[in-house]
Design a binder for this molecule. Structure first.
Ligand code: FMN
Length: 203
């Protein structure tokens, strides 16, 4: 049973969450878990101005994803930073290039799930995940979220991401905050939860 964690990250927050998602998925017996990054689409000069070039070196070892990779997976967990309350353009472009999977119904009945990162606490984490779900529904995927069985999303003693829709982290206006232990725990839970459901779906 193959679980693919597909993500884009500019500064490393979504990457760190992707690692935790993969860790959780690996806990499920029989799960083969792979991580991959969607291709960068911004010109180097823009990335330079954004301060992304240096940051992205930290996860340059993660292979770049192909559309074919999606078709081989039994479950796909997508990670994207919030861009104006939506998925990032890099992810959008990657998915738009996957229209053959829609035509052929390749992902129909497979588990799909989403996690995210945003600068601010109320800057669109839920809208990013929920609007991403529209694409998964068009592809025929079975949407998996982050159930309240992960009790850490009830916390009010500290600022935290995480909602029934999926794990998330709050990066801060300058990207100064890395995912907290609670947010990483949410990501591990989601990874394990998706892999457990995928294992049932594929058996
Ligand atoms: C073009 C652009 C739009 C963004 N829009 C939002 C937004 O709507 N809400 C928000 O809280 N953060 C927004 N951000 C901040 C990113 O979500 C933040 O940098 C990202 O979550 C960090 O994750 P990463 O390190 O994986 O790239 C935006 C950033 C950029 C560059």
């Amino acid at each position: 049973m193959r679980v693919l964690v597909v993500y884009y990250s500019t500064y490393g927050h979504t990457h760190r969450m992707a690692e935790a998602i993969a860790e959780g998925a690996r806990e499920v017996e029989g799960a083969e878990v792979e991580m991959c990054r969607v291709p960068e689409t911004l010109p180097e000069e823009v990335l330079q101005k954004m301060g992304a070039l240096e940051a992205q070196k930290a996860f340059a070892h993660v292979p770049v994803c192909t559309v074919e990779k999606l078709s081989e997976a039994d479950a796909i967990i997508f990670g994207t930073p919030t861009r104006f309350g939506n998925m990032c353009g890099q992810m959008r472009q990657f998915l738009d290039a996957a229209s053959n999977l829609w035509v052929e119904g390749t992902l129909v009945g497979k588990a799909g799930s989403v996690f995210t990162s945003s600068a601010t606490q109320h800057g669109g984490q839920e809208s990013t995940i929920l609007s991403f779900h529209l694409t998964l529904l068009h592809l025929g995927m079975v949407i998996v979220g982050l159930p309240y069985a992960f009790q850490g999303q009830m916390r009010i003693d500290e600022i935290t991401g995480g909602s029934p829709y999926g794990a998330s982290t709050i990066a801060g206006g300058q990207g100064e905050r890395m995912p907290s232990e609670n947010e990483l725990e949410a990501a591990r839970f989601q990874g394990k939860h998706v892999a457990t459901i995928a294992s049932k779906l594929s058996s």
